[in-house]
Design a protein around this ligand. Sequence first.
Ligand SMILES: Cc1cc2nc3c(=O)[nH]c(=O)nc-3n(C[C@H](O)[C@H](O)[C@H](O)COP(=O)(O)OP(=O)(O)OC[C@H]3O[C@@H](n4cnc5c(N)ncnc54)[C@H](O)[C@@H]3O)c2cc1C
Ligand code: FES
Length: 346
Amino acid sequence: MSFKVRIASADRTIDVPTGETILDAALEAGIGYPFGCQSGNCGACKSHLLKGEVSMEGYSDFALSDEEKTSGLILACRAAPNADCEVAWLQEEDDQVIHPRQVLATRVLSLDDATHDIKRVRLEVVSGEPFYFSAGQFVSVSFEGCAPRDYSMANVPGDPVLEFHIRLGQAATTSAYVFTTLKVGDPVLVEGPFGASHLREAHRGPIIAVAGGSGMAPMKSIVERALALGMPQHIYFYFGVRAERDLYLHDHFADLAKKHPTLHFIPVLSEGDGIARRCGLVHEAVAADWDEFDGCKAYLAGPPAMVEAATKLLEQRDMRRLDIHADAFYTAAEMAQAGKKTGAEL
Ligand SMILES: Cc1cc2nc3c(=O)[nH]c(=O)nc-3n(C[C@H](O)[C@H](O)[C@H](O)COP(=O)(O)OP(=O)(O)OC[C@H]3O[C@@H](n4cnc5c(N)ncnc54)[C@H](O)[C@@H]3O)c2cc1C
Ligand code: FES
């Protein structure tokens, strides 16, 4: 049995089998429904329930408050219809960008060490160009013989070469392949783009960008795109790493900050000596610098623990959920455990 669900924002009506969520069915039908965590925690799929009735289980108050629920809002990733329905996702200015999903054949153009455990991989597109995405989005990357993994673009949209920063995980498979076996000239399949944590190009308030480790990749794209567009606001880019040897692109961003007085690049070392650099956890540095976040938007990427701590802090300081755009770099196993889909499964 299934229910008819009209998705007003996409002007489409789909069949949603009993027990399936509106988000899952919409993505399966190829609709570019906005989503993030797929587990009721981020609010990116928040939607108006215009008609009908749904059941929702297991979501955080942070993603959907009781007041929002009472006013007719639902989370599409948690909502299974109990009747025919009509929904519309929330639309804020340029919140909603939908790029068609593309499949690109690429080849490794260069491979180098960004740090002792992060490789910078640059891919030239062999077929499938032009590739459209928004700064901050990610793709599903398939290296030969490896399971596909999600990686965020570090280049800005429009660059002919795609750049990725791939961190070697513990007991890892795909990232270990990149470190030990991948070589220049190898073919690589890229599919996407995905993700809702992209730069909001019409926003004019301060930008707080927070990256941990290889979370640098999407933040580099976001910050460079904002500067290239001439977005006038101040950009506070916090880059959290463990120690000096984990810091990369420091000179690049220090130079950009000299050219663009609106850019403030703030490296934070969790195991530093406190003399040359700021010390502590990166979200604590944000907490020390900011009392309130009126008009700000935050972009966060990197290890899940960092992203979760930074999100909690911003929430406690009353930043609106719609102004927090976060990608936690969950492993595929963590995604499966949380019932989320990787790019390759979408
Ligand atoms: C939206 C999104 C964007 C992402 N973007 C990037 C990116 O730009 N750069 C990037 O480096 N990664 C990124 N990731 C993570 C990436 O997709 C892989 O999960 C990561 O590279 C590990 O894959 P693997 O095959 O090497 O390890 P797997 O074989 O999947 O992992 C094996 C085991 O090793 C452990 N492990 C592996 N990696 C880590 C880790 N980093 N920390 C702790 N334990 C680990 C885990 O226990 C895991 O179960 C992103 C993830 C998501 C969801
Ligand atoms: S709350 Fe639905 S995607 Fe995050």
